[in-house]
Design a protein around this ligand. Structure first.
Ligand code: PLP
Length: 408
């Protein structure tokens, strides 16, 4: 027997997890319009903070406190309070990114087969994490105001009437949703909290893009309407500073925080990185960086929208007021999986929308990220995608129509 011929006795959950869509490394020659990577030119300079953090070896190089450094938890509290969320240090658990927070929520809430409410489409990695937790799904449509709370209410009421179990958890990205870019209206946010109270489920509010706003007024977080502990907020510095730092947080009732902390198998997020991030909050660099990044990414978004109009005739794109992604609807009959394969051969990495559905997926959507590549590369990348798209249109016998866009 060799490594390649060996058959392993896998756990069932290892078989159900969908393969991660992320390429091994962003440093390939392809034009990267797929993953939500940080824009290299805007990654923050953290040398001074890193040197200062490394100087305190007793803190930085020991196991960190299980819940996170108190100084960082206090900075996170301040950051949340700016958005109208009432939190104290006891509500905050520092984790290795928002995805880690979701993973911990699954550990403490989900049994095999428990149902989770998700939008259709949803954040693709969240779908993977939930599948790894052996969850089942209740998929709910979105419109321009966010998750369709009427459909949700009807489905929940039907389950209740038939005696079927009510989902334990709802997962949503209310600000600049990944992948659709939609921001949930204030009415829908309040309604979600009412439904959570009425039917007894937990809301996971995953909010990495909230501060990356290009225009328009912010809407209060769902967590700001929670008075009974039914909302778990997930935050991260991945989209406002750098994803490689792997620092995120959970904002939840102290009881949830305690139970999640007990399931944190790392026994404490890296204290060196926590201290660096604490200083970046304390010296105002986080706010400064968000302002500068938002300005730059607005230019990226505009370049991508323009290129789509030019090179993807017949496609429909929603123009979000912030975030990292565009969600593109192709004419029916154009297969996004095939388009992604051909685009890769032409030197452009893009994601098929099929990855973003927890259940049955339509095959004519693309998720494009404008975060990583500069405007020239975005324009060139979309032009190359446009060439293979033209082939697929012709093969499907579809005529090119002008592209349209909607403003979210
Ligand atoms: C909706 C959503 N949540 C969370 C994250 C980031 O998670 P993390 O903090 O683990 O890097 C992303 C990144 O793509 C995302 O789109």
């Amino acid at each position: 027997m060799t490594e390649s011929t060996r058959t392993y006795r896998w756990a069932e959950r290892a078989m159900t997890t969908v393969a991660s869509a992320m390429p091994g490394s962003v440093k390939s020659n392809a034009i990267q319009l797929g993953g939500g990577y940080g824009f290299p030119d805007e990654l923050p300079d953290i040398v001074a903070e890193a040197i200062a953090a490394a100087t305190d070896r007793a803190e930085g190089l020991q196991y960190g406190p299980l819940y996170g450094l108190d100084d960082l938890r206090d900075e996170i509290v301040r950051y949340l309070q700016q958005d109208g969320v009432a939190a104290t240090r006891d509500n905050i658990l520092v984790v290795n990114g928002a995805k880690h927070g979701l993973d911990l929520a699954c550990r403490v809430f989900l049994e095999k087969g428990d149902a989770v409410i998700v939008t259709a489409p949803t954040y693709l990695t969240a779908a993977s994490i939930l599948k790894a937790a052996e969850a089942t799904f209740m998929s709910i449509a979105q419109d321009e105001s966010g998750i369709d709370t009427e459909e949700l209410e009807q489905k929940l009421a039907a389950r209740k009437a038939s005696g079927d179990p009510i989902p334990k958890m709802l997962f949503d990205v209310p600000d600049f949703h990944n992948p659709t870019g939609i921001t949930t209206s204030v009415e829908r946010r309040k309604r979600l909290v009412e439904l959570a109270e009425q039917f007894g489920f937990i809301i996971i509010e995953d909010d990495p893009y909230r501060r990356i706003r290009f225009e328009g007024e912010p809407v209060p977080p769902i967590k700001s309407f929670d008075t009974t502990g039914c909302v778990i907020g997930l935050g991260t510095v991945s989209k406002i500073l750098a994803p490689g730092l792997r620092i995120g947080w959970v904002n939840a009732s102290p009881e949830i925080v305690r139970r999640m902390a007990a399931h944190k198998s790392d026994h404490g997020t890296c204290p060196l990185l926590q201290r660096i991030v604490t200083q970046l909050f304390q010296n105002g660099k986080v706010d400064h960086h968000i302002a500068s990044l938002s300005k730059v990414l607005r230019g990226h978004r505009d370049a991508m929208v323009k290129a789509i109009h030019r090179h993807l005739p017949g496609a429909t794109v929603r123009v979000p007021h912030g975030g990292y992604f565009l969600w593109v609807e192709l004419p029916e009959g154009v297969n996004a999986d095939e388009l992604v394969k051909r685009a890769a051969k032409a030197g452009v990495a893009i994601f098929s929308g099929t990855l973003s559905f927890a259940e049955a997926a339509p095959t004519n959507f693309l998720r494009l990220a404008y975060s990583y590549s500069p405007p020239e590369k975005i324009t060139r990348g979309v032009e190359l995608v446009g060439k293979v798209y033209g082939q697929l249109l012709a093969e499907a016998g579809l005529a090119a129509a002008p592209s349209t866009h909607r403003v979210a």
